[in-house]
Design a protein around this ligand. Structure first.
Ligand code: SF4
Length: 190
């Protein structure tokens, strides 16, 4: 994955931290604060600030004052930033090729394992809550008898299967901690 990051960085003219910031901001129209950005990508605030300033000089992000609190600056991706991100992701990465080479069952097992690991990290406070179905207010696990599509997304009002579980959904709305715990229990017990 690190090799992929550097290959993409080389091809796109961004460094891996800048690419991680653009990836994070894509789909977050309201932007994020510097502290949130640093926490999500796992770097210090000064490192995040340096990369944000470099992206701003390239017109790939824009800073806005938060409407509710004028002391807070939010950083949002621009059209140029999204275009750069698209360019960086146009080639299939080595990791994507390796995942594609797995059989369908192994891919599903890998996805479920990843979801469990990410959830553990976020519930212990090691990382911020990610935009996964299992932490989303719209997610109803095992709401349908159909074994191929047992889950329900209330946002799009549609059933979906285990393989379609999302780990970074732009339509995610974070559920409160008690709802998240109840949803997880229902997801685990099936
Ligand atoms: S809105 Fe996205 S994250 Fe939420 S349940 Fe639907 S697909 Fe999953």
């Amino acid at each position: 994955m690190r090799i992929d990051e550097w290959s993409r960085a080389k091809a796109s003219g961004f460094n891996p931290t800048q690419l991680a910031i653009l990836d994070l901001l894509a789909g977050r129209g309201g932007g994020l604060g510097v502290r949130e950005i640093a926490a999500h990508i796992g770097v210090s605030q000064p490192t995040a600030t340096d990369s944000i300033n470099a992206l701003e000089r390239k017109d790939c992000v824009a800073k806005q004052t938060d409407a509710a609190d004028k002391r807070v600056v939010r950083v949002a991706v621009t059209a140029a930033g999204l275009a750069g991100l698209k360019h960086a992701h146009q080639e299939e990465s080595f990791t994507e090729q390796a995942i594609a080479a797995l059989g369908g069952g192994a891919r599903e097992d890998l996805l479920l394992t990843l979801i469990k690991m990410i959830r553990h990290l976020q519930e212990t406070g090691a990382i911020p809550v990610q935009r996964m179905c299992v932490s989303c207010r719209h997610f109803a696990p095992f709401a349908h008898a159909d074994a191929a599509r047992p889950h329900h997304c209330k946002f799009v009002d549609a059933a979906f299967g285990q393989r379609e579980l999302r780990i970074d959904c732009h339509d995610h709305v974070e559920a409160d901690p008690s709802s998240r715990a109840a949803t997880w229990d229902a997801f685990q017990t099936g």
